[in-house]
Design a protein around this ligand. Structure first.
Ligand code: ADP
Length: 260
């Protein structure tokens, strides 16, 4: 795909057509590169748990062992299977989204009750990791959309905030309404994200070095899904963060307009 039309600086129609054509080829080229990268990343992410499972299983089968050893390996294998299942579920969702096959409701959703539900769920999540989850300002805000997807989006951000916090840390969830937009924010004081990585964290499979060092748990697919859900609601996900300083993720959504 590296062929380009060479109509050098031709000012006429043909020149302009050649320019448009070359531009299209360039974009196709970039898309193919992305697909190749994605396939390679996906294979790698699935290969890693398989390698772990194979290694442990072979080791324990090499000679007779006490029953507990088999139990330990089976438990570890189960963890890896759960990890692979999670990756495959997220990949399936993204590929259905790419093909336009994800059905989205378009109903009024009261974000404040969603925030309160998620807060209760998050409190339990936080307890497991000694992270305190608190509610900040919560204003009423109604948006048009799919409650289950929005719930998934918010839960994903809260799970990340807890996961990337330090023990004893605090996570705050808030909801503001400025009359035009709803702003759902999740703030943590955890490992943070370098400015250079802010764009890339929404790429499929991208995980920062800090995140990899902090925990093995994570697929690098959650934020790609969050961004897709926000965009399907004509909204976006913003990030403010710095390494070692913690992060704030904000979902900005247009408010539902009552019929005139
Ligand atoms: P993961 O499953 O790895 O958490 P995500 O797609 O949810 O994947 O996030 C992508 C990457 O963005 C993470 O691996 C991490 O590097 C970074 N990230 C996301 N949320 C946070 C956060 N609250 N604090 C620090 N880093 C974060």
């Amino acid at each position: 795909l590296s062929q380009r039309l060479s109509v050098l600086d031709s000012p006429d129609e043909i020149g302009r057509l050649a320019g448009t054509f070359n531009d299209m080829i360039g974009r196709l080229d970039a898309s193919f590169r992305q697909i190749r990268q994605f396939t390679s990343d996906a294979s790698h992410e699935l290969r890693t748990p398989l390698t772990v499972m194979k290694g442990e299983t072979e080791l324990v089968l090499r000679r007779p062992r006490p029953l507990e050893d088999y139990q330990t390996v089976l438990e570890s294998n189960l963890e890896e299977i759960d990890r692979m299942t999670h990756i495959v579920d997220e990949l399936l969702f993204l590929s259905r989204a790419d093909m336009g096959e994800v059905k989205m409701e378009s109903l009024p959703v009261a974000l404040e009750s969603l925030v309160e539900d998620i807060y209760r769920q998050a409190t339990l999540l936080g307890q497991d990791r000694n992270v305190e989850v608190v509610l900040g300002t919560v204003m009423p805000a109604v948006v048009q959309g799919d409650e289950l997807r929005l719930r998934e989006l918010l839960l994903n951000l809260v799970e990340n905030a807890v996961k990337y916090s330090h023990p004893g840390g605090k996570v705050e969830v808030s909801l503001l309404n400025d009359g035009q937009q709803a702003r759902l924010s999740v703030t943590d004081h955890g490992i943070g994200i370098a400015k250079d990585d802010h764009k890339r964290i929404f790429d499929r499979f991208f995980r920062t070095d800090e995140a990899r060092a902090h925990t093995k748990k994570g697929t690098g697919l959650g934020l790609a899904i969050c961004a897709w859900i926000a965009e399907s609601h004509k909204g976006r996900v913003e990030v403010q963060s710095d390494v070692g300083q913690g992060s704030t993720f904000t979902v900005v959504l247009p408010l539902s307009r009552p019929p005139a």
